[in-house]
Design a protein around this ligand. Structure first.
Ligand SMILES: Cc1ncc(COP(=O)(O)OP(=O)(O)O)c(N)n1
Ligand SMILES: Cc1ncsc1CCOP(=O)(O)O
Ligand SMILES: [Mg+2]
Length: 214
């Protein structure tokens, strides 16, 4: 089952990835994506192992961003790949059949490519709006973009879960689920909050509310 809240760590000078994961898990998150951008392989592996320890202690799934080799080494539950990363089919050879592979999309064509691969199990579609968290951001999708792309995707008979990403705020959740997203992926909203666990809790209850209103 693909979670409705994908919590994502980020490189921050004042707090390591595993502590970020701990705060989000304390808020109830069960899906943690480790998104490391500035560490060499050996430090990245150490970070992944420490973050995995935290996730295991909370029963949360760990999704490694970008790096199939680290995902395979630590046997994480998942791996997320974008357009600039290894192809999901190639990565599948490295991580094996059991690992959940997610893929990034910015357009309907990207989504259809993931379906055609036969190996991607969820899609992260975005960005919803501008965000400082990612460099080289793809064109903004916006709420109207989600509405149009998801309607076309479902009309074509596809039912892969799709999560919205990029500048997502608590106030967006109701609208995003209404247009057909399965859930949302958030990073800085939680990581830069004064009380990250409380923000996580709030996001989870808003998602639950939106799901039960469907
Ligand atoms: C859930 C989710 N969706 C999209 C992304 C973005 O992945 P990518 O395009 O590879 O960009 P980076 O995160 O690697 O900068 C994601 N990480 N998670
Ligand atoms: C990884 C990624 N891909 C598209 S936007 C984004 C960053 C999401 O972070 P935030 O929730 O802080 O905008
Ligand atoms: Mg990537």
């Amino acid at each position: 089952m693909i979670s409705r809240l994908h919590y994502i760590t980020q490189d921050l000078a004042h707090i390591p990835h595993w502590e970020q994961a701990q705060r989000a898990c304390e808020g109830g998150v069960d899906w943690v994506q480790l998104r490391v951008k500035t560490q060499e392989e050996s430090q990245w592996l150490e970070t992944a192992l420490r973050t995995q320890e935290v996730c295991k202690s909370f029963g949360a799934k760990l999704i490694v961003n970008d790096n199939p080799h680290i995902a395979a080494k630590i046997q994480s539950e998942g791996l997320h790949l974008g357009k600039q990363d290894m192809s999901p089919l190639e990565a599948r050879q490295i991580v094996g059949e059991k690992v959940i592979i997610g893929g990034t999309a910015n357009t309907l064509q990207d989504m259809l490519k993931h379906v055609a691969s036969g190996t991607v199990q969820y899609i992260g579609l975005g960005p919803l709006r501008f965000t400082d968290t990612k460099k080289n951001l793809s064109p903004i999708v916006g709420l109207e973009g989600y509405k149009r792309i998801l309607a076309q995707f479902r009309t074509l008979g596809h039912n892969l879960p799709v999560v919205g990403i990029g500048g997502v705020k608590a106030d967006d959740i109701e609208d995003l689920l209404e247009v057909g997203l399965h859930g949302v992926a958030v990073s800085s909203l939680v990581n830069l909050a004064e009380n990250p666990s409380a923000v996580t809790q709030e996001l989870l209850s808003l998602l639950n509310l939106a799901v039960s209103a469907k």
